[in-house]
Design a protein around this ligand. Structure first.
Ligand code: UTP
Length: 291
């Protein structure tokens, strides 16, 4: 079985839920205090042992490329003013992984974006991490848990969480092959954004992490546009279940929906409360506000 050594981060969406800021700033660059969201996504892949990362961008997302590149001018100015520690930090970002970029020509859906990774994947299974889903982990990076599940089963792996009934309508919801409370179980179908909880086949939602097999590209190439006229990854994964078993892996970290305004605010508060340089002030401020 081929090992998973590559990751794809699709980041070419329009980010309409975060307009107007996404008119000029990619959603992936929205900061969690002073670190752009996509930094944490790349870090999660790196902590799982992945070094080669392809970010799918669009023509308006050059700031993502700049962020992972070396900025000689900034570094030399920092060093000249004695800020070597800051200059080293900047260099570390550029060296954290082999980050490559490709442009999706038109935002024709997540499935279409993934198709741009075909030659990068080069016939191997690969990890997919969506920037909307920020996952805070203490020990095991979520994508690492999915890689373990892939190594155990050899199947397509969907990163999932159990979510409350009223939120199921926002997600793809899996149908277990057999009833199961386990963290890893086989899936036989998926329902995308069920309008009513009674239409959801379980309470297990797919949340932005996948291990996809190489044959997904053949399936995507023949997948017709679905909801919103876009090529949907969910449709291709469902079709690929006939070729290879698919599993739900419930990861352990805490997940934040950064594509949603309240989810974004929650992430900023929680990350601030974990930072030594901020937690006391932020906590005192929150206590004062909620008195
Ligand atoms: P979303 O469905 O969240 O779309 O995409 P979006 O454009 O980013 O955000 P909204 O809904 O308009 O606010 C899920 C993931 O797929 C990527 C996005 O960048 C995001 O990571 N994507 C989506 C692409 O790369 N290309 C596309 O054509 C569509």
């Amino acid at each position: 079985m081929n090992k998973v050594t590559k990751a794809v981060i699709p980041a070419a969406g329009l980010g309409t839920r975060f307009l107007p800021v996404t008119k000029a700033l990619p959603k992936e660059m929205l900061p969690i205090i002073d670190i752009p969201n996509i930094h944490f996504i790349v870090e999660e892949a790196v902590k799982a042992g992945i070094k080669d990362i392809l970010i799918i961008v669009s023509s308006t997302k050059e700031s993502i490329e700049d962020y992972f590149d070396v900025n000689y001018e900034l570094e030399s100015r920092l060093r000249k003013s004695g800020k070597d520690k800051e200059a080293d930090e900047m260099r570390k970002i550029a060296e954290m992984a082999n980050v490559m970029f490709i442009r999706q020509r038109e935002p024709k859906g997540l499935g279409d974006a993934i198709l741009y990774a075909k030659s990068f994947a080069n016939g191997e299974p690969f990890a997919v991490l969506l920037g909307d889903d920020l996952i805070d982990f203490d020990e095991a990076p979520a994508i690492g848990e999915l890689i373990d599940a892939y190594e155990k089963t050899g199947g397509t792996i969907l990163g999932c969480k159990r979510v409350p009934q009223h939120l199921l309508k926002k997600y793809g919801v899996v149908k277990p092959k057999d009833k199961s409370d386990a963290a890893l179980f086989e899936v036989c179908d998926m329902v995308e954004k069920p309008k009513d909880p009674s239409l959801a086949p379980s309470d297990v939602a797919v949340l932005g992490r996948y291990i996809l097999p190489p044959e997904i590209f053949d399936v995507l190439e023949t997948t017709a546009p679905g909801v919103g006229g876009e090529i949907q990854l969910t449709d291709a994964i469902k079709a690929s279940m006939e070729l290879r078993p698919c599993y739900s892996c419930i990861f352990t970290g805490t997940r934040y929906d950064i594509g949603d305004k309240f989810g974004y605010i929650k992430a900023i508060i929680d990350y601030a409360l974990k930072r030594e340089d901020l937690k006391d002030e932020v906590l005192a401020y929150l206590k004062e506000k909620t008195k």
